[in-house]
Design a binder for this molecule. Structure first.
Ligand SMILES: [Zn+2]
Length: 96
Protein backbone atom coordinates (compact mmCIF):
# COMPACT_ATOMS: atom_id res chain seq x y z
CA UNK A 1 0.00 0.00 0.00
CA UNK A 2 1.25 3.42 -0.86
CA UNK A 3 0.60 6.49 1.22
CA UNK A 4 -2.13 8.71 -0.26
CA UNK A 5 -3.24 11.92 1.36
CA UNK A 6 -6.52 13.51 0.34
CA UNK A 7 -7.30 17.18 0.41
CA UNK A 8 -10.81 17.71 -0.91
CA UNK A 9 -12.85 20.84 -0.53
CA UNK A 10 -15.39 23.18 -1.99
CA UNK A 11 -14.57 26.42 -3.73
CA UNK A 12 -16.82 29.31 -4.55
CA UNK A 13 -20.32 30.10 -3.34
CA UNK A 14 -23.29 27.92 -4.12
CA UNK A 15 -25.57 29.48 -6.72
CA UNK A 16 -29.32 29.35 -6.07
CA UNK A 17 -29.68 26.62 -8.67
CA UNK A 18 -26.74 24.62 -7.32
CA UNK A 19 -26.28 21.34 -9.13
CA UNK A 20 -25.36 19.42 -5.96
CA UNK A 21 -26.30 20.01 -2.34
CA UNK A 22 -23.61 19.75 0.38
CA UNK A 23 -24.53 16.15 1.17
CA UNK A 24 -24.22 15.15 -2.48
CA UNK A 25 -20.85 16.91 -2.66
CA UNK A 26 -19.61 14.97 0.38
CA UNK A 27 -20.75 11.79 -1.30
CA UNK A 28 -18.98 12.80 -4.52
CA UNK A 29 -15.76 13.40 -2.54
CA UNK A 30 -16.00 10.05 -0.79
CA UNK A 31 -16.66 8.20 -4.03
CA UNK A 32 -13.89 9.99 -5.90
CA UNK A 33 -11.38 9.31 -3.13
CA UNK A 34 -12.30 5.65 -3.05
CA UNK A 35 -12.21 5.19 -6.84
CA UNK A 36 -9.02 7.15 -7.42
CA UNK A 37 -7.37 5.69 -4.33
CA UNK A 38 -7.95 2.08 -5.30
CA UNK A 39 -6.97 2.77 -8.92
CA UNK A 40 -3.71 4.39 -7.83
CA UNK A 41 -2.97 1.63 -5.31
CA UNK A 42 -3.44 -0.92 -8.07
CA UNK A 43 -1.35 0.93 -10.63
CA UNK A 44 1.49 1.63 -8.20
CA UNK A 45 1.45 -1.75 -6.44
CA UNK A 46 5.01 -2.88 -5.79
CA UNK A 47 6.55 0.24 -7.32
CA UNK A 48 9.54 1.25 -5.22
CA UNK A 49 12.71 3.16 -6.00
CA UNK A 50 15.38 0.76 -7.23
CA UNK A 51 18.11 2.78 -5.61
CA UNK A 52 16.55 3.77 -2.27
CA UNK A 53 13.78 1.22 -1.78
CA UNK A 54 11.12 3.83 -0.97
CA UNK A 55 7.57 3.82 -2.37
CA UNK A 56 6.11 7.07 -3.73
CA UNK A 57 3.80 9.25 -1.64
CA UNK A 58 0.81 10.90 -3.22
CA UNK A 59 -1.39 13.84 -2.41
CA UNK A 60 -4.67 14.28 -4.23
CA UNK A 61 -6.16 17.73 -4.18
CA UNK A 62 -9.78 17.95 -5.28
CA UNK A 63 -11.76 21.14 -5.51
CA UNK A 64 -15.42 21.19 -6.30
CA UNK A 65 -16.31 24.49 -7.91
CA UNK A 66 -19.90 25.16 -6.89
CA UNK A 67 -20.47 27.90 -9.45
CA UNK A 68 -19.30 25.74 -12.35
CA UNK A 69 -20.51 22.43 -10.89
CA UNK A 70 -17.14 20.90 -11.76
CA UNK A 71 -14.50 18.97 -9.89
CA UNK A 72 -10.83 19.71 -10.44
CA UNK A 73 -8.30 17.14 -9.30
CA UNK A 74 -4.56 17.61 -9.01
CA UNK A 75 -1.94 14.99 -8.25
CA UNK A 76 1.16 15.71 -6.26
CA UNK A 77 3.75 12.98 -6.25
CA UNK A 78 6.52 12.94 -3.68
CA UNK A 79 9.51 10.66 -4.18
CA UNK A 80 12.97 10.13 -2.73
CA UNK A 81 14.70 11.19 -5.95
CA UNK A 82 13.98 12.70 -9.40
CA UNK A 83 14.78 9.49 -11.27
CA UNK A 84 12.12 7.59 -9.36
CA UNK A 85 9.64 10.43 -9.85
CA UNK A 86 10.07 10.05 -13.61
CA UNK A 87 9.50 6.31 -13.29
CA UNK A 88 6.33 6.77 -11.20
CA UNK A 89 4.88 9.20 -13.74
CA UNK A 90 5.71 6.83 -16.57
CA UNK A 91 4.10 3.94 -14.67
CA UNK A 92 0.92 5.94 -14.07
CA UNK A 93 0.76 6.83 -17.74
CA UNK A 94 1.27 3.31 -19.01
CA UNK A 95 -0.64 1.16 -16.52
CA UNK A 96 -4.36 1.46 -17.18
ZN1 LIG B 1 15.14 7.10 -4.88
Amino acid sequence: MIDIEYDFGISGDAPDDAFLDPQAIEYLFAQTQQDLGSSLQRRLAGVVCREHGHPPRLRLIGRYDQAAGEMDIQYHIDTCCPLFLARVIKTLNTRG
